[in-house]
Design a protein around this ligand. Structure first.
Ligand code: AOS
Ligand code: ZN
Ligand code: ZN
Length: 386
């Protein structure tokens, strides 16, 4: 009872990959090195380009300031273009400086807020040089203890700081505001949920949208509901895809719960967000123990599989079952789509585009990993804990 997705439908998938996924990362216990780790942003972009070359799915690379600071943005941009990709979202960072221990855009001291705002203005300047559309703001701001600071005043300061940054955006820029329910703050977080992000985005204006990171909710949260709601409101700006078992695990998307990923994509399609450039799909992952480039290839393929399954949904049959109040049939129609083995279809689709039928095997056979292990010595950490 499933339908077959068309090639044109499959072709609408675009996934942005994060520069930090190619650097070494780890936990607070240990950062394991990987042979061939990039030593600079140019090498990170080169690794990202391998993902696109083998899958045809990842044409842009998200950058992180200051982790990816370079002297010559034009050179990085040309380097990306020469390798067949483009520079994407610019991520700010106000969480790795002693000044930000008690907050950044929400900090009680005007001097620290000024510094955090200026950092975002610097990011906007970088966007002008990289040709990026989106400024992604994720804040570690929050408190650890009841009474530590005024929750309400922090919201007011946040609104004021965001307004100043928003006012500096060019007309073709967007601010995408990410929420996270806890960590590193453990008592309260200043943007803990989609509602708070939405409230600030709505106050800022049309160019501000919410970022939904799939690892940033309490266990058991119905994420597809949030997707449906934000799409209804025209405020879903981007996804950070990853998967989690416990907290913000940043594991490969689709690894922990492929059924949840499918359900999210079903709502994305139903709400008109699939293939809409205004709803940017981005990976936000850290490959702690697996090789980075294959980890990214696996991730984009997992998203592609979820999309192909969701596109296999017989929406006419589902609609009829819903109208008839046939609970069991509606559920069966949905599960039929999920149970569809889309791998042969995707292999055929790739071949028709001149791509390898099995991108993972093709990449592993290409010798790229061996080459970078030889050429690159002393690669860098992704930035976490750096
Ligand atoms: C942090 O938990 C978030 O997921 C952010 O998206 C963060 O900006 C990203 O992980 C890299 O800095
Ligand atoms: Zn994220
Ligand atoms: Zn996160």
């Amino acid at each position: 009872m499933a339908v077959t997705p068309t090639s044109a439908e499959l072709d609408r998938l675009r996934i942005e990959v994060p520069s930090w996924a190619y650097g070494n990362s780890g936990t607070r216990f240990r950062v394991f090195g990987t042979p061939g780790t990039p030593r600079d942003p140019f090498e990170k972009v080169a690794d990202a380009a391998q993902v696109h070359a083998h899958t045809g799915l990842a044409p842009t690379v998200a950058l992180h300031i200051p982790w990816d600071l370079v002297d010559d943005w034009g050179a990085l941009r040309r380097h990306a273009e020469d390798l067949g990709v483009a520079l994407g979202t610019i991520n700010s960072n106000t969480f790795q400086d002693d000044d930000y221990k008690l907050g950044s855009l929400t900090h009680v001291e005007p001097r620290i807020r000024r510094k955090a705002i200026d950092h975002h203005l610097q990011c906007i300047d970088v966007m002008r040089q990289t040709g990026s559309r989106d400024l992604k703001v994720w804040l570690a701001d929050g408190t650890n203890y009841p009474g530590q600071d005024s929750i309400r005043e922090r919201q007011d300061r946040l609104a004021e700081s965001l307004a100043e940054i928003y006012a500096a955006l060019d007309d073709d820029h967007r601010m995408v505001l990410e929420y996270k329910f806890f960590e590193p703050a453990f008592y309260h977080t200043d943007i803990p949920d989609w509602g708070t992000s939405y409230v600030h985005c709505a106050a800022l204006g049309e160019q501000a949208k919410v970022v939904l990171d799939t690892g940033h909710h309490a266990p058991g949260t119905n994420i597809e509901f949030i997707v449906a709601q934000l799409l209804r409101l025209g405020k879903l700006g981007a996804f950070d895809f990853n998967s989690r078992f416990y907290a913000d695990d940043d594991l490969m998307v689709g690894a922990a719960d492929p059924f949840q990923l499918f359900r999210i994509v079903v709502e994305l399609i139903a709400g008109g967000g699939y293939g809409d450039p205004d709803v940017q799909l981005v990976l936000d992952q850290c490959h702690n123990i697996e090789a980075k480039v294959p980890g990214q290839i696996r991730s984009v393929l997992n998203v592609q599989e979820a999309v192909a399954k969701a596109l296999s949904l017989d929406t006419a049959a589902l609609d009829a079952a819903r109208r008839a109040g046939d609970v069991l049939l509606a559920n069966e129609v949905l599960m039929d789509a999920y149970a569809t083995d889309v791998r042969p279809l995707l292999a055929e689709h790739r071949a028709s585009k001149g791509l390898p039928e099995d991108p993972m095997r093709a990449f592993l056979a290409s010798g790229y990993l061996e080459r970078i292990a030889e050429e690159r010595q002393g690669g860098v950490q992704a930035g976490w804990g750096a």
